[in-house]
Design a protein around this ligand. Structure first.
Ligand code: ZN
Length: 365
């Protein structure tokens, strides 16, 4: 592993490495960019470059070896979803009183701390920032730089205010990464004390080229489809599960058809039974929601006479049939109504999942 394995956004990667070379890395860095653009991957790469014991130079700029004990331990952070799931599970195993006081952190190296949003609210909480404050003024123990990575921009208000205090007086040996889909989600005062680096989406040819390297076994039509569906996000392209997506999209089509014909619910009930509560059900529901949004967007493209922009090209005939039934007004408001149901669902993740709610939100009458 090395910086050369980061795909896209080469000007930003270069800028980062130049700052490392000058040993003038900012203490607060906002890595902004769409989901899947590689914000977290890049932050962990910088953490490795800052702490690598071999400190290799490639292309005249600092890199990391990927083999030394620091690189290896920091690399264990890379699979964030798994690490978070483990941390959540560990907390579930605690006594009720301890559970309440335990906040989520991911740490595989003493000098690098990852702070994910804390479920079920999925916000960064004040106790998490407090832990950062307690930690940040200690000198690195095994590396050269202490790195803190907040993986989400959703901060509870007091948490954001506490963070602001650290950003005002950070120790010289610490770097705080704030990852955000939109830097505007962060307080202006936090933004003004940090450097914002904006990652962009990759172009369709860039993504197609990347997929061709990663998934040589895929047929060209599958590659083209996944490139479109990844929407310029390398992370999404890399992990794209075409089979799961196709299954979820079938369900999404059923929901849309049921909503537009507001009649027969039998098929919908059958599908609902396959969605369970808990982490697995949540992932499945998230995918289903993404599919519904994606289909709604494609229907809007068809409705506005831009069929070339449709992403779900393999179900185009079905979409063409649905588009006139849907109509512009319904399409324009359907996503908003769906988003409302989704917010309700996020507020209470333990509530049993009901696809009926999605269908009802979309129902045309
Ligand atoms: Zn190394």
């Amino acid at each position: 592993m090395a910086f050369s394995e980061f795909h896209g956004n080469s000007p930003i990667v270069r800028q980062i490495r130049e700052m490392l070379a000058r040993e003038r890395f900012p203490h607060g860095v906002i890595l902004a960019g769409p989901a899947g653009s590689g914000k977290y991957t890049l932050a962990t790469m910088v953490a490795r470059a800052m702490n690598c014991l071999e400190q290799p130079i490639t292309g005249g700029l600092p890199d990391y070896c990927g083999r030394c004990s620091n690189c290896v331990r920091i690399a264990q952070l890379v699979d964030l979803d798994t690490r978070v799931a483990e941390a959540v599970e560990a907390r579930e195993g605690l006594k009720e009183t301890e559970k309440k006081e335990t906040r989520l952190f991911i740490q595989t190296h003493p000098d690098v701390l990852v702070i994910p949003p804390d479920p079920p609210q999925m916000m960064i909480k004040v106790d998490q920032v407090r832990r950062v404050i307690e930690n940040i003024y200690f000198r690195p123990s095994e590396g050269r730089e202490r790195v803190f990575i907040f993986t989400d921009a959703a901060f509870i208000k007091e948490a954001a205010n506490s963070l602001l205090k650290v950003l005002e007086e950070p120790p010289e040996f610490a770097t705080i990464f704030l990852l955000a889909e939109d830097a505007g989600e962060l307080l202006p005062t936090i933004r003004s004390r940090s450097m914002t680096l904006q990652l962009r989406r990759l172009s369709l040819p860039e993504i197609e080229q990347y997929i061709a390297q990663q998934r040589p076994e895929w047929k060209p039509a599958q590659r083209a489809l996944v490139a479109k569906l990844s929407e310029g996000a390398v992370g999404r392209a890399r992990t794209f599960d075409l089979a799961a997506y196709s299954a979820a999209r079938e369900h999404a089509l059923t929901i849309l058809r049921t909503a537009l014909h507001s009649g027969e619910h039998t098929e919908l009930f059958k599908i609902t039974e396959t969605y369970r509560a808990g982490v697995e059900g949540r992932e499945k529901t998230d995918l289903l929601l993404r599919c519904i949004y994606s289909l709604l967007q494609d229907l809007l493209f068809l409705d506005s006479g831009a069929p070339e922009r449709v992403r779900n090209t393999d179900v185009l005939p079905q979409l063409q049939k649905l588009a006139p039934e849907a109509g512009f007004e319904w399409l324009a408001s359907a996503s908003e109504r769906l988003a409302e149901v989704e917010r309700g669902l996020r507020r209470n993740l333990l509530r049993s999942l009901s696809l009926d709610g999605f269908e009802a939100a979309l129902e045309k009458n």
